[in-house]
Design a protein around this ligand. Structure first.
Ligand code: 5AD
Ligand code: FES
Length: 347
């Protein structure tokens, strides 16, 4: 089968054999990539029109109990200046975000156990009380079933937990002994069962990743059927064991976005900050490859630089309003428009 036929088949059947997926991931020439992206846009516009959903990201703590080899806020990074926002500060971010038109807030942090079940619950309740028309997305890592249930009860709607890699051998190369892929997967299925809209995802081009690992990621996503899928290129951070490893590929990330749009027509797919960091127009190109969500930063400017998962992260000097306006222009530059609503999944 020709590559163009493979792309058609992927759109039609939302699936390919492993060998065929490998060919689409790494065998397309420029013209064929454009065909993939064009079909991904057609599917995205059929399912969601030209609206780009937006989520205000509040990075409220960079303390983390984990030591992932790729991540700049890993616990062993003594150079990371740690911070925690107070409940009031988090609420101020949400208020500013609401004024700017955000109707989803993403509360993200490292795995910081100072934020107990009760403290997170209280934050969720307060935000929901003040902004009943907004969705709350949590991105707090692996926690207990009891905590997940409590936060769902308190009003949290969605949960992001990238699986990072679905291959056991690869997972071991990226994480220390005490972490477990099985537990991560279990958390994702648990979250889904509780009722959250869930987001999984992975890095493209993380150290030791093979094309077969990427196929395994796609297979895992087919099994999980998440509402959201977050992907971005791996980017190295100077204070991690992977400091010398090379960055993931921008082009390959775009191809994977296109593939994901064709395999999961209704999934919410962000053009991520990592994609905007690896290339100045990365997020625009991501939207043109099938992405339909952007997640500008609402964190206070004074802490932004400290939430540094990788080197040279963008948007660390800009105020929330600047990021909102900047993204509005970027989205319009590719013919789409930012939506002022919760942007729920249509799955
Ligand atoms: N490069 C790119 N993405 C990273 N993440 C963490 N560290 C890096 C890095 N060095 C991603 C992980 C995590 C998300 C919050 O950020 O996929 O789940
Ligand atoms: Fe933050 Fe452009 S989105 S400055």
């Amino acid at each position: 089968m020709k590559n163009i036929e493979l792309i058609e088949k992927l759109e039609r059947e939302k699936n390919l054999t492993d060998d065929e997926l490998v060919r689409v991931i790494e065998g397309l020439n420029e013209e064929e990539k454009e065909e993939l992206f064009a079909r991904a846009r057609t599917v995205r516009e059929r399912e969601y029109g030209t609206a780009v959903y937006t989520r205000g990201l509040i990075e409220f703590s960079n303390y983390c109990r984990n030591d992932c080899y790729y991540c700049g806020i890993r616990k062993s990074n003594a150079n990371a200046e740690r911070y925690r926002l107070t409940k009031e500060e988090i609420l101020l971010c949400a208020r500013e975000g609401y004024e700017l038109g955000f109707r989803t807030f993403v509360l993200q942090s490292g795995e910081d156990m100072w934020f107990t079940k009760e403290r997170i619950e209280e934050i969720i309740r307060q935000i929901k009380k003040e902004f009943p028309d907004c969705a709350i997305t949590l991105s707090l890592g692996e926690r207990s079933r009891e905590e997940y249930e409590c936060w769902y009860e308190a009003g949290a709607d969605r949960y992001l937990l990238r699986h990072e890699t679905a291959d056991e051998y690869h997972y071991r190369k990226l994480h220390p002994e005490n972490m477990s892929l099985a537990n991560r997967k279990e958390c994702l299925f648990m979250l889904r069962k509780i009722g959250y809209q869930v987001g999984a995802g992975f890095m493209v081009g993380s150290p030791f990743q093979t094309v077969d690992n990427l196929v395994t990621d796609l297979r895992f996503l087919q099994e999980l059927k998440p509402h959201m899928i977050g992907i971005g290129p791996y980017l190295s951070h100077q204070d991690t064991p992977f400091a010398g490893e090379k960055n993931g590929s921008y082009e390959k990330t775009l191809v994977l976005l296109g593939i994901l749009r064709l395999m999961f027509p209704r999934v919410l797919l962000p053009a991520t900050t990592a994609l905007g960091t690896i290339a100045p127009d990365g997020r625009e190109k991501g939207l043109l490859a099938g992405a339909n969500v952007v997640m500008p930063n609402l964190s206070p400017v004074r802490v932004r630089k400290q939430y540094e998962l990788y080197d040279n992260k963008i948007c660390t000097g800009e105020e929330s309003a600047q990021c909102r306006n900047c993204l509005g222009l970027r989205v319009e530059s590719v013919g789409y428009e930012l939506a002022v609503d919760r942007g729920d999944s249509r799955i």
